[in-house]
Design a protein around this ligand. Structure first.
Ligand code: XMP
Length: 513
């Protein structure tokens, strides 16, 4: 394992991501981590970039015990300046900020960090720079603006680079990280989903023991399904999955989830139809935030009631709650956010835990989304489910704008099914990150045959995004949109007009509410 110490750069999590791409497992911890408190010994340490100045009062500094471990160290950007600061200071503000691409000249062809790297583009993002070499170091690469684009102390296996190898704009960044982790640190390259299944199942069995019972909510999405599958593999029928039908699901969703999870995956599943309860509570409510709160709280009530009804054959009380937390959520809670900030350690679990006095089990907490998908494929979760677009917890409740009722849901559901069906039929589903149909609470005049119509509007939305923080609308061919619009107006009662949403995020969000 490689230890990544985070100084708060927006790119820090990408370092762990890149290392995993060549099967090296890396764990990220805040830069304030005390080495004596680590329960494991890293094979190497990477100090990330960060938005601070090493010479400023209150700047974050690494525990000097990292040097006592005698493992290779790589400092990136702020991380390199930190190494320089510790070894003789030489850091000051540059005349100007350097942001963007630069050409790297490797001066020392022997440096193992740059094996197989030639004059390539690197990505710079810094204001401070080195103005002198720290004690024991030599310059191994330069760039137009930096005589010290990379420095090394070969005897101690300590390296510093001013640019960011973890971003794809550094064209050979992955090679450099691989050189560091695999050649220099000799990290084991056994991080594969095949290995993960075995070790995770063993870990779950040990944690839960021979008799304890576990409960978990499933939604039909990839994370909860893969989480449920791995729990089932580990403890069989001692894992109880609950699916709450809130009446806000997509067309045929409940039936499909039931079939896939029980017949397909063998999971012990209870389906609760709570449609009337949810719709009753949503009656007359139009404010999106109020709708979200009602749906979230009602879910907790229904889940708790259902959990109380489960009487395991073992006679044991339910002890654990499965949570589909992924690594990005963990990173969000552990990343370094500033010298004065107390670090959150607990993921928000929506109130279920406090009320139910259950212990948490999170089999996916070390995985990125694409790893969860690989794992799902390996464990036999159907391909279509593994590659499903995300669907919001409040479901169609936030896609029927304004008041939600059965009639409006039926329209939204049918329009959504046609849109997704056509996207799949045209082979576009995978390149689109998320697609949806929102039912607008406005009526518009139309004409059908000889009749004047006065019915509602469907807004289609499809986006491409990496992280859902920003998104671009997807550019369909006109004839695709033409076909979908014509099908929706002809096949869905209550719709007179279809529009396509061409707003990016920001300023618009992905959902309409
Ligand atoms: P927005 O609309 O905020 O959506 O751009 C970004 C992503 O989050 C999903 N989303 C939600 N997911 N509960 C969820 O579980 C919610 O309340 C919620 N609101 C939005 C949205 O579908 C998109 O994938």
């Amino acid at each position: 394992t490689i230890l990544v110490l985070d100084f708060g750069s927006q790119y820090s999590h990408l370092i762990t991501r890149r290392l995993r791409e060549f099967n090296v497992y890396a764990e990220m911890l805040p830069c304030t981590q005390k080495i004596a408190e680590l329960s494991w010994t890293p094979k190497g340490i990477i100090l990330s970039g960060g938005p601070y100045s090493v010479y400023a009062e209150g700047a974050p500094h690494v525990d000097h015990d990292i040097f006592k471990l005698n493992v290779p160290i790589l400092g990136i950007c702020y991380g390199m300046q930190e190494l320089a600061w510790i070894n003789g200071k030489g850091v000051a503000r540059g005349e100007k900020r350097e942001y963007g691409p630069a050409t790297l000249n490797v001066e020392d062809a022997e440096c193992p960090l740059f094996k197989g790297v030639d004059h390539s583009q690197v990505w710079m993002s810094h204001h401070d720079k080195l103005h002198a070499l720290p004690t024991g170091f030599k310059a191994v690469a330069t760039s137009t603006n930096s005589p010290f684009a990379a420095i090394s102390n070969e005897a101690e296996h300590i390296y510093g680079i001013q640019f960011h190898p973890e971003v794809t704009h550094t064209t050979q960044g992955k090679t450099m990280l691989k050189n560091f982790a695999v050649d220099i640190c000799k990290a084991t390259t056994n991080w594969t989903m095949e290995n993960f299944i075995d070790t995770e199942i063993a870990r779950i069995r040990k944690l839960v023991g021979p008799t304890a019972e576990v409960i978990g909510a499933v939604s039909g999405g990839v994370d909860s399904t893969v989480g449920a599958k791995i729990m089932h593999e580990a403890i069989g029928t001692r894992f109880h999955a609950i699916y709450v039908d809130n009446g806000l699901m997509r067309l045929n969703e409940t039936e499909t989830v039931y079939k896939t999870l029980t017949e397909g995956l063998g999971i012990n599943l209870t389906v609760v139809d709570a449609t009337d309860l949810f719709l009753g509570r949503l009656k007359g409510v139009t404010d999106p935030e109020k709708k979200r709160k009602i749906i979230g709280n009602t879910f907790i009530h229904v889940f708790e009631d259902e959990a109380a009804k489960i009487k395991p054959a073992s006679g044991q009380e339910i002890e654990y709650l499965l949570q589909g937390t992924l690594y990005p959520d963990v990173i969000e809670s552990i990343s370094f956010k500033g010298p004065s900030q107390t670090i959150k350690t607990h993921h928000n679990v929506g109130g279920l835990l406090e009320n139910m006095k259950l212990k948490l089990i999170e089999p996916l907490r070390e995985l990125f989304k694409d790893e969860v998908r690989d794992l799902g494929e390996l464990m036999g979760v159907p391909h279509d489910l593994v590659w499903r677009h995300p669907f919001p917890g409040p479901g169609l409740g936030i896609r029927v704008l304004g008041e939600v009722n059965k009639e409006q849901l039926k329209i939204a559901r049918e329009a959504d099914a046609i849109f997704i069906e056509e996207i799949k039929a045209h082979g576009l589903y995978k390149e689109i990150s998320q697609a949806l149909a929102a039912l607008l609470p406005v009526k518009s005049v139309g004409v059908m045959g000889d009749q004047r119509t006065y019915e509602q509007v469907i807004a289609l939305r499809a986006v491409e995004t990496v992280d859902f923080m920003t998104a671009d609308w997807y550019v369909f061919e006109a004839k695709f949109l033409k076909k979908v619009a014509s099908r929706i107006v002809n096949e869905v009662d209550g719709v007179a007009r279809v529009t396509y949403d061409i707003t990016s995020k920001p300023p618009a969000t992905v959902e309409w509410e």
